[in-house]
Design a binder for this molecule. Structure first.
Ligand code: MN3
Length: 234
C-alpha cells in the first residue's frame, strides 16, 4: 500500500481503539501483559509429612511451579490478555496457543493444588460438602474408590478432578496440564478437588506406586477449601 493509504488505515485503527469501552483501550500494546505470580505455599514443605515428603514438595514448588509461572508469563506476551483473570484465560485457551495452554494450565492447576492440601488432621470434611458427595456418589467410600480408579487410569501425566457441573459432582481426568475450566476439555465445570498425577509429584517417595500416593493424598486434603470452591465462598 502507498503511504497515504497506510496513514489512513493507521488512523482508522487508532480511532477504533477509542470506540472500545473505557478501560479496554489500553489493551492494544499500551500496558504490560498480565503478570501472574507464584502463590506462597500456605504451609511449610515438611507440613504434609509423612504423606507428601518435604523434598518432593520443595522441588515441586520451587522448580516445577516456578517454571510454569515463568513460562506462562512469557507465553502471554503478545496475546492481548491484559486485565484478564486466570479463569478467563483458561476459558478461551484454545485460541491462545500451546504455551498458554500448557504453562497456564500448570500455573492454575498447581496454585489450586497447593490450596487443596493441608497438614493431616487439620481439615475434617464439612457437612455440606459431605452431603453433596454422598448425593452424587452414594458414600464417601465410594467417592474415594471412583476418584482413585480415575487417578490410576491417567496414562502418563495428568490430573484427576472432582468437578461441579450441571448441579452435580462428577469425577474427571485431564491429560498434561489441561483442566476443567478450559474450552478444550470434554468435561468442563468448576474444580472442587484436584490431584496431580505427574510422576514429579510422587516419584521420590512412591516411585512407580501411584496408588500409594493417591491413598496418601486423602489424608491431607483441605476439605474446607474444597467446600469453598464448590459453594463459591472464595
Ligand atoms: Mn506438578
Amino acid at each position: 500500500m502507498d503511504k497515504r493509504t497506510f496513514l489512513k488505515r493507521s488512523a482508522l485503527s487508532a480511532g477504533a481503539l477509542f470506540l472500545l469501552p473505557a478501560g479496554k483501550i489500553v489493551a492494544e500494546g499500551l500496558s504490560a501483559e498480565p503478570s501472574f505470580t507464584m502463590q506462597a505455599l500456605p504451609y511449610a514443605y515438611d507440613a504434609l509429612e509423612p504423606y507428601f515428603d518435604a523434598r518432593t514438595m520443595e522441588i515441586h514448588y520451587t522448580k516445577h511451579y516456578a517454571s510454569y509461572t515463568d513460562k506462562f508469563n512469557q507465553a502471554l506476551v503478545g496475546r492481548n490478555q491484559s486485565g484478564k483473570t486466570i479463569e478467563q484465560i483458561m476459558a478461551t485457551v484454545s485460541g491462545l496457543g500451546d504455551g498458554v495452554r500448557n504453562q497456564g494450565g500448570g500455573y492454575y492447576n498447581h496454585t489450586l493444588f497447593w490450596n487443596l492440601l493441608a497438614p493431616a488432621g487439620t481439615s475434617a470434611i464439612p457437612d455440606k460438602l459431605a452431603s453433596a458427595i454422598n448425593a452424587s456418589f452414594g458414600s464417601m467410600d465410594n467417592f474415594r474408590k471412583e476418584f482413585t480408579t480415575a487417578a490410576l487410569s491417567v496414562f502418563g501425566s495428568g490430573w484427576a478432578w472432582l468437578v461441579a457441573a450441571d448441579n452435580k459432582l462428577v469425577i474427571s481426568t485431564t491429560p498434561n496440564q489441561d483442566n476443567p475450566l478450559m474450552d478444550v476439555v470434554a468435561q468442563k465445570g468448576k474444580p472442587v478437588l484436584a490431584l496431580d498425577v505427574w510422576e514429579h509429584a510422587y516419584y521420590l517417595k512412591y516411585q512407580n506406586k501411584r496408588a500409594g500416593y493417591i491413598e496418601a493424598f486423602f489424608n491431607i486434603v483441605n476439605w474446607q477449601y474444597a467446600e469453598k470452591l464448590l459453594f463459591g465462598t472464595n
